[in-house]
Ligand binder design. Structure first.
Ligand code: C2E
Length: 351
């Protein structure tokens, strides 16, 4: 799967994509509303995708792009719209299930009340001293009423079992939607949005005395050259390879994400600098030590290397400042020959 818009707009192609989206909007004479911009970003990135084709159809037939049309496009095609729809569908289905269960419970209550009345009538019949035929009729009535109640209890039981299954299915579907919204499609690592949320949360925990927080920014060296030489498909495989190594070393409580383009980020909560540097060195060596093959031709692609910059959160520091320092360290790694880890704390004060 190609990378998604969320990733592209934080990567090297960000501004050319944005410019192209605006140009297409102007050509189509649609208002540059936030929603239209989002739609046209997707269209500019993938004109042959489903959304792109839907927009082209509308333009071809000169359909005015009203707000309602844009909203419909978003609901049908935008990932966020899809997620909202899934949540809406799931909550509607849940509502239907609960209504059905509550009806079944009400019916069971009515039956219980009717059964109670039958029993009451029977006990009155008994105290009046029943003759044998009347007594038999009474027993028959009681047996029939008991059977009815049993059957209703069974229906209720089945209804509840079906609801439990349905609720499990809905829960899984929502979980899947949540995962999709936080995962980068190409590498299956967490995406930038999810990273930003984790970063802010872990920063808060660290500032509240829950141990140090270290940010590492990682960038594949000469990735553009690699892409130009071997093509985008192989470039994508390289991204997936690097991501797979990060995923292996970035398991919870660590956190690894695709940060944008060929850049990745890792968060280390509660680990000391020696532990963090040792983990990053292992990652660096693992990546640099693997000779990759081009899948289509089996040619040797050689090894890729990554440069990294690390910074530890300071008291009172915001995410943006920590990122800036990690980025300066990453830049230092690039400047000093790549394939290395630089620590912001060891950079000259000016950096
Ligand atoms: P993938 O192609 O989906 O492969 C997933 C996993 O299957 C790999 O995880 C590896 O454990 C195994 N695997 C697949 N093909 C081979 C193979 O030909 N030989 C061996 N020994 N194992 C294989 P891994 O290594 O962590 O790679 C993750 C992803 O990174 C791969 O996903 C692929 O997209 C990319 N990748 C890794 N190595 C190479 C490579 O040498 N060439 C290319 N083009 N891509 C690679």
């Amino acid at each position: 799967m190609a990378e998604d818009v969320e990733t592209t707009i934080r990567g090297p192609q960000a501004y050319s994509l944005a410019a192209r989206a605006l140009q297409l909007m102007q050509e189509a004479q649609v208002w540059p509303t936030a929603l239209n911009y989002e739609l046209w970003l997707h269209y500019a990135r993938q004109p042959d995708g489903k959304l792109g084709r839907a927009i082209q159809d509308l333009l071809e037939f000169k359909t005015p792009i009203t707000e309602a049309v844009s909203e419909q496009l978003a609901a049908d095609h935008l990932p966020r719209g899809g997620l909202q729809d899934q949540i809406k569908d799931a909550s509607e289905a849940l509502g239907r299930e609960l209504a059905a269960v509550s009806q079944a419970v009400e019916a069971a209550q009515r039956n219980q009340a009717a059964y109670g009345k039958t029993l009451e009538g029977a006990s009155q019949g008994l105290t009046a001293g029943a003759e044998a035929p009347a007594f038999k009729a009474l027993v028959d009535t009681l047996a029939a009423a008991t059977k009815k109640v049993q059957s209703h209890s069974k229906t209720l039981e089945q209804r509840l079992a079906a609801t439990t299954t349905e609720v499990d299915v809905l829960r899984n579907r929502l979980e899947e939607a949540r995962r999709d919204a936080t995962t980068d499609g190409l590498t299956q690592l967490s995406n930038r949005k999810s990273f930003d949320e984790h970063f802010e949360r872990l920063r808060g925990l660290s500032q509240n005395g829950r141990g140090p927080l270290t940010l590492a920014l990682l960038d594949i060296d000469h990735f553009k050259k690699f892409n130009d030489t071997w093509g985008h498909q192989t470039g994508d495989q390289v991204l997936r390879f690097v991501a797979s190594v990060l995923a292996r070393h970035g398991k919870s409580p660590r956190f690894a994400a695709r940060y944008g383009g060929e850049e990745f980020a890792m968060l280390f909560a509660g680990e000391n600098p020696v532990q963090v540097m040792s983990a990053l060195e292992t990652i660096r060596e693992e990546i640099a030590g693997r000779v990759l093959k081009r899948r289509s031709t089996n040619e040797d692609l050689g090894a890729v290397t990554i440069s990294m910059g690390v910074a530890v959160l300071r008291t009172g520091e915001k995410c943006a400042s920590l990122t800036e320092r990690a980025d300066a360290a990453l830049y230092s790694s690039k400047r000093n020959g790549r394939n290395r880890v630089s620590n912001a704390e060891s950079l000259p004060a000016a950096a």
